[in-house]
Every structure is written in structure tokens, then in C-alpha cells.
Write a protein that binds this ligand. Structure first.
Ligand code: GCB
Length: 618
């Protein structure tokens, strides 16, 4: 094998074609909420693979599971034997191999490799992850899937010497069926390529740190031969609940139960789909009363015992969000979005997060007297929207169509559409999410307009119960909000940094006066950099004093503009960013109202709090 590889791989310039041909994408999405999952987190063996040798030289193909590797040895007696069978150790008489999985260092999954060793801080290439696991089927005709909640950026998955597929996109989940490949003793290999590229989403130049690795949960999901793949349950027309459920495999019927609403309905399944529209009047979900209802979905022929795809148990909130004129309404009541932006960036963990960190972020938002978060600039951890639904926090969620994306490239467009679909499918049952954003500050070209209006359409086709937005453009010569994309959106998002990037603050009131957007405008960014504790005058850059002054000017101006329906300043916490290299920044974007330590508040925090406090509903 190695000799063959030796000859083959060094002359193979397009070894990637094989991997590109098998994509793991939104078409294979399974909704994992409300099911029993088995974690594959833990310490995996890991090696940095700068030349992509695992894929180029097909190292993975030599690593078959125990039964294939050692015919006749169906069940290794001891764990040492199991390890031998899975370790692909060179055998006497065969050529040398360049890998040695068992001897490699270990890497926690989930984690960003950049945060695990100082020498990996700026590592942006491929990392090979591998581990073994046992699998015993629990039922006849069981099916099994591997589920990855996030791998940054391209992941290729291999099981027992077989290539299963690759996924593009750093922040959305993907899964792959392993029913035909899984054995009792298994070796899984995942290569994760974190290289930046101008044709990816996001592209190679961003204003945040490019963390790499298997940085979110990995798990195993078992189902029966047919199973509930996905569901979308929401309130429509204010008085009806609509449920659309998709089923994989054969199933005659399905039951939906929402006990508190006395709903117990049998739904026929036709071509893998079941739907229901029911008049009912649930108590509505809102930030003040984040009411969630328990519901279950049962496949008719399953015995409903173990939740393995035959039965789903979850919670759902019902609410209605819409716009009229230049205003936003939640459950028929006008609402002002009192928010702030947040990156998925932790000074110790990078993009890896936890329930505690998410809850802490929400506590900080509450201290700011806010009701809304913009999760910038890519899909955050799946738990965020679930916790926000439970806590009553409104969310803007976004795909990383950021700055100068390759709008002319069909593959880039496919990637963006897929990431959008994966996000929407993942989170469209979450009452907290009210806005899908299709991009941020992209230059006004025809190809951008086609690309992004296509994304807006796609979001609407997947979800008829939310608003679509994007961070749009200002015409800086005419001093007015002007963006052709606006026509395709429900809310016009505006990022403006008057007082900071443009020191002439007086332009902002002029812009707001000159514009007639005809739709609600959310100021989805404004702000100023300040290093914690840096003092000076209001004219000194990077001081807390200047940041505070700009927040005072901004908030005073917003009060005078009727069509501003919400604000989310940039940003709650300082975050790591390689573009920010002056003496105050030192590798961090310092526009946070709270330092990267997530504790120390800067004075502008309290300016924003006062603004939101005064806007509390009577
Ligand atoms: C922006 C971007 C955001 C940046 C911010 C800044 O307009 O949307 O990603 O980090 O400005 O700090 O310049």
C-alpha cells in the first residue's frame, strides 16, 4: 500500500477531485434536537498535516476496522488486541508508513487547536484527527449517523478505510450515515483544513481570528430504518400552528402531540412528508414571557420507547414577527431591538463555547438592559439559540458573506447557499431567532446583488416566519442610506462608524435626515475602539473617554430618528483579530464595551445601558 501510495501521490496534482466529488451538505441535514445522542467528544489523536498527506497519499485507506484488517478476528479478546487491530501498525515485510496514529499527541474534541498549544496559535493548514470507538447495535435494522456540529473549515470524514464525504463551511453542522461502514471496532479519521481562501465563505480577509479544528461536539445518532429527519413547527397568520415534518424511509403515519394545547393529531405521511395546519391560540413567546410548549413527534410504527429517531421530545415557542412601514412588531406589538453584537470568541477557548459562557453572555446583555443579540458574523453554537429561546432573548443570525466574497464564482455561491440552508434548518424552530442576515458590508456590484438577493429568496423559501436583513450600504457622497439590496430585505441593517473611522460625526444626523428608507432600519453596528483603562481626552483615540463620547453622540442622534427600529453596537466583548496590531490593540479588536476578560466594563457600557433603560416600555 505504501509503495503504491509513494508512486501515486507524489505525481497526483488533482488528488482533491476525489474529495470534492462527495459532499456532505444541507440535503443530508438531520435535526438532532430532542433525541438521544452518544458523544464522541474526548481526547482524539492529532497531527498537523501541512502537506495534506493523509488525503493526498490516502493514508486513511489503509486503516480498516478490526474485521477487515484482521480477517477471522471478529472480536478481539483484549483491549490491547483491539488497539493493535485498529492501529495500522506497520507489519514486518511491508514498506514503511509515514503515520502512526497511536503515537500522535492528543487533542481535545471539541477545541480550537490554536488555543491548545502556543505553537499552534497561527496554524492554518490541515489537522488530522483520529480515534477508535466501539459500536454494538441495539436493535435490528438500526441505522447510524455521525454528527459534527462544527469543523473549521473543510472536513473530510473516513471510517474504517472508507471515505464518507467532505463538508465546506466552518460554522454549520453536518452529518453522514455510517450504517454500511460501522463495525464493532472502528477507526474514524477526520481531516480538518483551516486554510483561508478568497473563494470561501468567509473569504481570506476578515476582521476576526481564523480558529481551526473540530471545535464543536461530535456525536453518534442511532435511528430505526425509518426516522423523523426534520420538522418545522411555527405560528402562521397569528392563529394557526403549522407543522412540516420530513421522514426518511418508509412510514405510514406520524403523531404530533402538544399536551398543554390539547393537540394530539395523527398525520399521514406521503412521499416522506407530513403536514398539519391547526387553529389554536397558544400563549405567545416573548422576551417578557418566553413560553415554551413540550411537544412530541412519534412515528406510527415505532414503539416510541427510546427516542432513536422514532420519537422526538422537544420544546417550542410560538410568536409572530413582522414589519409594517418603518416599524417592527412582535406579536402585534411595536418593538425596539435593544441589542449588541457578539462574536463567538473566548480569550481562552477561541470559538469553542459552553452553556455557561452562553448564559454569561445573556446575563451581560440583561445588565445592559437589552433584549436582543446580533450573533456576528457566522452561525454560532447551536446551543445559543436554544438557550435564548428559553431565556427570552431575540436573535439576529448570520452567514459569513462578509466583505469581498467571490460573488462571481458559482462554487462560492453554492457554498453560501448551503451554509444558509444548514443554519436555517438547524435553527428555524427556535422562537428566539427573528432575523436571518444574508451578509455584511459587501460592495455594491451587480454580481453581489444577484448573489445576495438569491440568498434572501432562499432564506424565505426555507422559512416563512422570520425577517430577512443584511448590513447594507450608505452612499457617503450623497450622505444617505442607499443600497439596491434593500428591496429584497425586510429590515435594512446599517453599520456606521461616525466619530470613529470618519471623525466628522455631523454626517450621521445628515444621513438619517436625508434618507427615506420606507422600511425599518436597524443600526446593526456603530462603535469605537478603547483599550481597557486607557484614559485621555474625548479626542484621544483608543481611550475609554473617546469611546464613551462617541456612544453619547450616537445614542443622542438615534433618539431623533423615527425609522430606527433597533440598535446593536459593535461589540459586547473585545475579540482576537490579527489585523489589529497597534499598541492599544495588540492583536485584539478593542471595540468591546467589556474587555476580552469578559468581566471589566468600560464606561461606554453604562452609556448604552442608560439609553436602553430609558427606552423600557411603560
Ligand atoms: C465592521 C465590521 C466588523 C468589524 C468592525 C470594526 O464594520 O462589520 O466585522 O470588526 O467594523 O471593528 O471595524
Amino acid at each position: 500500500m505504501a509503495a503504491e501510495n509513494y508512486q501515486a501521490d507524489i505525481h497526483n496534482s488533482d488528488y482533491e477531485a476525489e474529495y470534492r466529488a462527495k459532499k456532505l451538505d444541507a440535503r443530508g441535514s438531520i435535526n438532532i434536537d430532542g433525541r438521544k445522542l452518544e458523544s464522541l467528544n474526548g481526547l482524539w489523536n492529532f497531527a498537523p498535516d501541512l502537506y495534506d498527506s493523509c488525503r493526498r497519499a490516502r493514508w486513511w485507506s489503509a486503516c480498516q476496522g478490526a474485521e477487515k484488517k484482521a480477517p477471522g478476528m471478529n472480536k478481539p479478546e483484549s483491549s490491547a488486541e483491539t488497539r493493535m487491530a485498529l492501529s495500522c501498525k506497520p507489519v514486518l515485510g511491508s514498506p514503511p508508513e509515514d503515520w502512526d496514529f497511536e503515537a500522535w499527541e492528543t487533542m481535545p474534541v471539541p477545541s480550537c487547536w490554536n488555543m491548545e498549544r502556543p505553537e499552534y496559535l497561527y496554524f492554518e493548514a490541515t489537522g488530522i484527527y483520529t480515534r477508535t470507538f466501539h459500536y454494538h447495535s441495539q436493535k435490528k435494522d438500526e441505522r447510524a449517523f455521525l454528527f459534527f456540529e462544527g469543523a473549521s473549515y473543510t472536513a473530510s470524514v473516513f471510517l474504517n478505510g472508507e471515505y464518507l464525504g467532505s463538508h465546506w463551511g466552518a460554522s454549520t453542522p453536518f452529518c453522514v450515515e455510517i450504517t454500511g461502514s460501522v463495525q464493532e471496532f472502528n477507526r474514524i479519521i477526520v481531516t480538518v483544513d483551516a486554510r483561508r481562501s478568497p473563494v470561501r465563505i468567509p473569504m481570506d480577509n476578515t476582521d476576526w481570528f481564523n480558529y481551526g479544528g473540530l471545535y464543536r461536539n461530535v456525536c453518534l445518532l442511532r435511528t430505526g430504518p425509518s426516522f423523523i429527519k426534520d420538522w418545522f413547527i411555527r405560528l402562521v397568520n397569528g392563529v394557526e400552528i403549522r407543522a412540516d415534518i420530513s421522514i426518511e424511509g418508509d412510514a405510514a403515519g406520524l403523531e404530533l402531540e402538544i399536551p398543554e394545547l390539547n393537540i394530539r393529531e395523527k398525520l399521514p405521511v406521503l412521499d416522506g412528508k407530513a403536514s398539519l395546519t391547526l387553529k389554536t391560540s397558544p400563549r405567545l413567546w416573548s422576551p417578557e414571557n418566553p413560553k415554551l410548549y413540550d411537544f412530541t413527534l412519534n412515528l406510527a410504527e415505532s414503539n416510541g420507547e427510546d427516542g432513536a429517531g422514532g420519537r422526538i421530545e422537544d420544546r417550542i415557542g410560538f410568536r409572530e414577527i413582522c414589519t409594517r412601514g418603518e416599524e417592527i412588531f412582535l406579536n402585534g406589538k411595536k418593538i425596539f431591538l435593544k441589542g449588541i453584537c457578539v462574536h463567538e470568541d473566548h480569550f481562552k477557548l477561541g470559538k469553542t463555547t459552553s452553556e455557561d459562557i452562553i448564559r454569561e453572555t445573556i446575563r451581560d446583555l440583561r445588565e445592559l438592559k437589552g433584549n436582543y443579540l446580533r450573533l456576528a458574523h457566522y452561525p454560532h453554537d447551536r446551543r445559543f439559540s436554544r438557550i435564548a429561546s428559553e431565556e427570552g432573548v431575540l436573535l439576529w443570525e448570520e452567514v459569513p458573506v462578509y466583505w469581498a466574497v467571490a460573488f462571481d464564482n458559482p462554487e462560492t455561491r453554492e457554498d453560501a447557499e448551503n451554509q444558509l440552508a444548514e443554519l436555517v434548518i438547524r435553527d428555524r424552530n427556535q422562537a428566539a431567532v427573528i432575523i436571518w442576515s444574508v451578509g455584511n458590508e459587501n460592495a455594491d456590484t451587480d454580481s453581489r446583488l444577484t448573489f445576495m438577493s438569491g440568498l434572501a429568496e432562499k432564506a424565505r423559501s426555507l422559512d416563512d416566519s422570520r425577517l430577512i436583513s443584511a448590513a447594507c450600504l450608505i452612499n457617503h457622497e450623497k450622505l444617505m442610506i442607499q443600497d439596491r439590496l434593500g428591496e429584497n430585505l425586510d429590515i435594512i441593517g446599517i453599520n456606521e462608524y461616525y466619530g470613529w473611522y470618519d471623525p466628522d460625526f455631523e454626517k450621521l444626523p445628515k444621513i438619517l435626515n436625508n434618507s427615506k428608507p420606507g422600511k425599518p432600519v436597524v443600526i446593526c453596528e456603530f462603535g469605537a475602539g478603547a483599550r481597557l483603562g486607557q484614559r485621555g481626552t474625548v479626542d484621544d483615540l483608543f481611550t475609554e473617554d473617546r469611546q464613551k463620547r462617541i456612544y453619547e453622540q450616537q445614542t443622542e442622534t438615534f433618539k431623533t430618528c423615527a425609522y430606527i427600529a433597533g440598535t446593536s453596537p459593535w461589540i459586547l466583548y473585545d475579540f482576537r483579530c490579527p489585523r489589529r496590531l497597534n499598541r492599544y490593540q495588540e492583536g485584539f479588536n478593542r471595540k468591546g464595551l467589556i474587555d476580552a476578560d469578559r468581566k471589566s466594563r468600560k464606561p461606554a457600557f453604562y452609556v448604552m445601558r442608560e439609553f436602553y433603560e430609558k427606552m423600557q416600555e411603560p
